[in-house]
Write a protein that binds this ligand. Structure first.
Ligand SMILES: Cc1cc2nc3c(=O)[nH]c(=O)nc-3n(C[C@H](O)[C@H](O)[C@H](O)COP(=O)(O)O)c2cc1C
Length: 193
């Protein structure tokens, strides 16, 4: 792995919201992906993030139907045929004195990159229905549900573009390409000394 290959992988590991209807994601796939995530950096190395893996079709369907997809796209919602094939729920184990907001981000990055290497795409979902999760799965009170990650075989074309007028809202082109504006180095580097 060199710099260009790593950058290309990060460029390709985009949030995806349209998935292959019959795409297959197994528990073993999710376990392998998590085997990468579990070795990411953790504040004080406390590792408070725990996971629930979901591939059961009826549960995946319920989670997908109740989440909010692409808040910026007012005239689009995910259809039945575009559902993901799996979810990972990320939980903070509150019995562990950690720094979960950092750890969950570090873990998600590893999950999205590992998924990409397996031909899978991800969508982190703060809008996951936490009450529904508590009904569907056994989640002891000490676990705070932080975020869900939808996973499947992506079918949409996603491109990174430069921001225009500092606008970071994603949008779709007429040919359905999903465009994600990113700030330039000049816009994010506050100082170089
Ligand atoms: C913490 C977090 C929560 C998110 N929650 C949602 C969500 O509920 N629904 C959704 O469609 N996308 C969600 N996203 C995806 C973002 O919209 C996406 O990351 C952003 O548009 C940039 O695209 P990129 O990930 O391809 O760079 C979330 C992303 C993050 C990091």
């Amino acid at each position: 792995m060199n710099y260009n290959k790593l950058k290309a992988l990060v460029q390709k590991a985009r949030t995806t919201r349209r998935f292959e209807k019959d795409g297959i994601v197994t528990i073993e796939d999710l376990r392998e992906i998590l085997d990468v995530a579990r070795i990411t950096s953790s504040a004080k190395n406390m590792q408070p993030i725990k996971y629930i893996l979901v591939t059961k079709e009826e549960d995946v369907l319920k989670l997908a139907q109740t989440a909010a997809w692409a808040a910026h796209l007012k005239d689009w919602d995910q259809s039945e045929d575009e559902r993901p094939s799996a979810f990972i729920l990320m939980l903070n184990d509150q019995m562990i004195d950690g720094f979960p907001m950092f750890d969950v981000g570090a873990s998600f990055t590893a999950i999205s990159l590992a998924a990409k290497t397996k031909g899978l795409a991800t969508c982190p979902m703060a809008s996951i229905d936490k009450e529904l999760c508590k009904k569907l799965f056994v989640i002891p009170d000490c676990y705070d549900i932080m975020i869900g990650i939808a996973i499947g075989v992506g079918t949409e074309k996603v491109e990174l573009v430069d921001t225009e007028d500092f606008d970071t809202n994603y949008y779709r082109l007429e040919d359905d390409t999903h465009c994600v504006p990113k700030r330039s180095l000049e816009q994010i580097i506050v100082g170089e000394y």
